[in-house]
Design a protein around this ligand. Structure first.
Ligand code: SF4
Length: 435
């Protein structure tokens, strides 16, 4: 089963897998004068971003290399979701330091969420770093690298309200030629109290659907069989021709302005009709946003895989409120019932669960277990709560559950999850690979 999950390769930002996965650039020689080595950590959104970064650098005179010792520029595209992920990057920088001693002209850049979180502080803390660039400033990279080559360290962590890189065709870095990820939106407006993402990735923006369909069509024409539509919260996708920022778009709607909107169900349909031979997946869904319209669209098209990653995080409504998840246990169960009613038992459902969130009682913890019993998840990413600096929870609540209690509750959740066979999701995978 673990192979199937790896094959599906949909990894949520909060998962341990997300932190441990590392992808590096491949060797490519098209006669360009300079070499780029890029190493990416974290979630699929980050890996998709590295493909955009590579595309930008290729346009500016770089081929990729799989050996950082041969690189003129080394980028680490980082994750901040947990302390361990950031420590991994710091250890890696120490490793590069030894090479840079013999190759002082090598430019080292830190990109992504850790760059956004720490900003110029990273330059002070890690002397080896020349360039610090947040997720919305990648178009600026060639200029910032040039500045670093002239001896000026450079930082751009400006968070955009519109950037979606819609016009940039990603260079597939770790492609198997069969499956590819398509980024459909950026940022997150949800402000879950345990999460750093709203601070590192900014406000929600949806990418032009026509550019998404074109990317899917190009992939299909090039022999790809499966695309996964990616976003922090895909069900919240909302685009109109003159506004891609969700908050601003909704402001217009509230004012009574007539706006023609494409939502996630519309987008899903547009991508599914590229070809019945192209499998379509998506991740991640937020329980507050997943609509019956999306579920009916999934049912209508056989090539949309019947699998939903629907992170619950907790089974107790009070804890969910503290987490600022904006739904209750009853709402979550209602969404699971809708999935079962519309898509049937064969639809795979997976989740994320956090044990030992601030002030969680034993009874509240047991409600997480009973929720798992109700849903019978095919798979879950399970963790105990660990506080991240700068989050709402770190500011508002005491991290007051002792570590041994958190660990014991996590183990109980893990043991409970083992009761359920992985039958449905395996079946979904078999079904979807029959093309
Ligand atoms: S939905 Fe919540 S957990 Fe997911 S990225 Fe947004 S703030 Fe973080």
């Amino acid at each position: 089963m673990s192979n199937i999950i790896q094959d599906i390769d949909i990894v949520d930002r909060n998962s341990e897998n997300a932190m441990e996965t590392v992808k590096t650039s491949k060797e490519e020689n098209t006669g360009k004068t300079k070499k780029l080595y890029i190493e990416s950590y974290g979630c699929q959104m980050n890996f998709a971003d590295s493909e955009i970064v590579t595309s930008i650098m290729k346009e500016n005179g770089y081929d990729t290399t799989s050996d950082f010792e041969n690189a003129d520029v080394v980028f680490l595209n980082t994750c901040s979701i947990r302390e361990k992920a950031e420590q991994t990057v710091r250890n890696r920088l120490n490793h590069f330091n030894a090479v840079k001693k013999n190759k002082p002209n090598m430019t080292i850049g830190v990109l992504g969420c850790m760059a956004e979180r720490l900003k110029d502080k990273l330059l002070e803390e890690e002397k080896i770093v020349d360039v610090v660039v947040g997720p919305d400033a990648y178009r600026d990279l060639p200029k910032l690298v040039e500045s670093a080559e002239d001896g000026l360290k450079a930082v751009n962590t400006f968070l955009s309200r519109e950037e979606t890189y819609a016009d940039i065709s990603p260079v597939r870095l770790n492609s198997n030629g069969v499956t590819a990820f398509i980024s459909i939106m950026r940022g997150c407006d949800n402000m879950c109290s345990f999460c750093v993402v709203p601070f590192t990735r900014g406000r929600e923006r949806s990418r032009d659907p026509h550019s998404i369909v074109k990317e899917a069509q190009d992939l299909f024409n090039n022999g790809y069989k499966e695309v996964t539509l990616l976003g922090q919260n895909v069900d919240s996708y909302k685009w109109s021709a003159d506004e891609n920022n969700k908050a601003w778009l909704e402001r217009k709607e509230k004012k009574g302005e007539e706006v023609e909107v494409i939502n996630f169900a519309n987008l899903l349909e547009m991508v599914a009709t590229v070809s019945p031979e192209l499998r379509v997946r998506f991740s991640t869904s937020h329980p507050k946003d997943i609509t019956d319209e999306v579920l009916h669209t999934m049912k209508k098209y056989e090539n949309i895989c019947k699998y939903i990653h629907l992170p619950a995080q907790s089974g107790n409504s009070r804890v969910l409120d503290l987490m600022n998840r904006t739904y209750t246990r009853e709402w979550y169960i209602n969404r699971v019932d809708a999935i079962r009613n519309i898509l049937g038992e064969e639809c795979g459902i997976s989740s994320d669960m956090i044990a030992g969130f601030c002030t969680e009682t034993e009874d509240e913890h047991k409600e997480t277990i009973t929720l798992m019993d109700y849903v019978k998840y095919d798979f879950s990413y399970m963790f105990f709560y660990s506080e991240r600096p700068g989050t709402l929870a770190a500011k508002k609540y005491a991290d007051d559950i002792p570590l041994e209690v958190k660990k014991r509750r996590l183990q109980e959740i893990i043991n409970n999850n083992r009761k359920f066979p992985y039958r449905e999701i395996s079946w979904t995978w078999v079904k979807c690979t029959r093309f």
